[in-house]
Design a protein around this ligand. Structure first.
Ligand SMILES: [Mg+2]
Length: 109
C-alpha cells in the first residue's frame, strides 16, 4: 500500500469514526482548506518570514493537507498522479531554460 493511500485511509477513518462525512461536501471542504491556509498565513502576519513558529506552521500545514486529501478523495483523484501531471504542465509553462532564477509569471517569460 502506498504511503498516500495509508494517509488517506487514516484521514477517512478519523472522519468516519466521527460520522462527519455528512458535513464534507466539496464546497465546505474547499472552504475549510482555505480557512486552514488562512491560519497558516496568520502565523506570518506582522512578522518577518523567518519569525513564524515552525511547530505552529507544521500544525496548520497538516490541517491544509488533511483537507486537500479529503477533497481528492471526494473526487476520486489519485493524489500522486494529479501532482505529477500538474508538475508536467508547470514544466511546460515554466521551461527551466527560461524560468531558471526568475520569479516572472509564465506569461512574461
Ligand atoms: Mg488549523
Amino acid at each position: 500500500m502506498s504511503e498516500i493511500k495509508k494517509i488517506t485511509d487514516a484521514i477517512i477513518k478519523f472522519r468516519d469514526d466521527r460520522d462527519w462525512e455528512q458535513f464534507h461536501n466539496s464546497k465546505d471542504l474547499a472552504v475549510a482548506l482555505n480557512i486552514e491556509a488562512g491560519e497558516l498565513l496568520e502565523l506570518f502576519l506582522w512578522r518577518g518570514a523567518e519569525e513564524a513558529e515552525p511547530e505552529k506552521v507544521k500544525e496548520e500545514l497538516a490541517d491544509v493537507f488533511n483537507y486537500a486529501f479529503l477533497i481528492a478523495e471526494k473526487y476520486g483523484f489519485d493524489i500522486e498522479q494529479i501532482i505529477l501531471e500538474k508538475l508536467k504542465t508547470n514544466a511546460t509553462k515554466y521551461p527551466s531554460d527560461k524560468a531558471k532564477g526568475t520569479a516572472k509569471k509564465y506569461t512574461e517569460l
